[in-house]
Design a protein around this ligand. Structure first.
Ligand SMILES: [Mg+2]
Length: 266
């Protein structure tokens, strides 16, 4: 049975919204769950594609809800970006379409951020820019149009917020840039692509069959597991329903009602 595979997992990657909390409310039993998981000798990271915020923001949010978390327990698509750039262009100069928090995460990794419009960067970075300014958007499009390659932190089109509402996410900005320039990003860092797995494996030295992805979205979390040959666990506390599972080809290895049920199998 697939659920037996949970026993061999040493490192769990947890999506956050819809998986361990909804908006600002922790799902039932989750605070204890992480304590028990740690007591059982399991390692875990909180993983998010949302590059608009930094590690401290997420750790504080988790702590506020009763989960003991440190900034280093949080893995963001922007970490995958830093990891990737350090491999391919450690001295990269970057023009960023993104929040101050994204800039800080990138700057802390040692990259140069271009703020003026005269210098040509090595890459334009497109993040989830909730502080989006037309001037930055226009300059980014002109750079991309002139041939500067661009990298996106993630491709989610909608970011869910309270009361079933949403705000347009990074993927929607990519559609705008594509419409204006005809160009696609040379790379997209977040789930469902592999960079976050590469980063976690380098951080902690796990084999792929020792890592599981747990999340509530089929086309990001579960696709991420399937694309990367790691165990994928769908929880039914967020976006995806059993009806959605029936309707798609993205088949999770394991389906659970909630994350707490993991404890029954480890
Ligand atoms: Mg989610």
């Amino acid at each position: 049975m697939e659920k037996e595979r949970l026993k061999d997992i040493k490192c769990f990657l947890f999506d956050m919204d819809g998986t361990i909390y909804l908006g600002n409310a922790l799902l039932p039993g989750v605070a204890d769950f992480f304590k028990k998981l740690r007591d059982a000798g399991k390692d875990y990271y909180f993983v998010t594609n949302n590059s608009s915020k930094g590690h401290i923001h997420y750790a504080k949010k988790l702590i506020r809800m009763g989960i003991s978390a440190e900034p280093r327990d949080v893995v963001i698509s922007s970490d995958a970006l830093n990891y990737y750039l350090q491999k391919i262009r450690p001295q990269a100069k970057l023009y960023i379409l993104g929040t101050e928090e994204l800039k800080e995460t990138i700057r802390n990794a040692g990259f140069t951020i271009i703020e003026d419009e005269q210098t040509t960067p090595d890459f334009v970075i497109v993040g989830f820019d909730m502080s989006l300014e037309y001037k930055t958007l226009a300059h980014s499009c002109r750079l991309i149009d002139k041939g500067v390659p661009f990298i996106a932190t993630h491709s989610d089109v909608r970011c869910p917020i309270e009361n079933g509402e949403f705000i347009p996410d990074c993927g929607a900005m990519l559609a705008l840039i594509k419409s204006a320039t005809g160009k696609e990003p040379v790379n997209i860092m977040g789930k469902p692509n592999h960079y976050i797995i590469d980063l976690v494996r380098e951080k902690a030295n796990y084999e792929k069959d020792e890592i599981a992805m747990v999340g509530d979205r089929l086309y990001t979390d579960i696709a991420f597991g399937l694309n990367n040959n790691i165990l994928s666990v769908l929880v039914l506390t967020g976006e995806a329903t059993m009806d959605d599972v029936e309707r798609t080809n993205i088949r999770p290895d394991i389906i659970l009602n909630n994350v707490v049920e993991i404890l029954d199998y480890i």
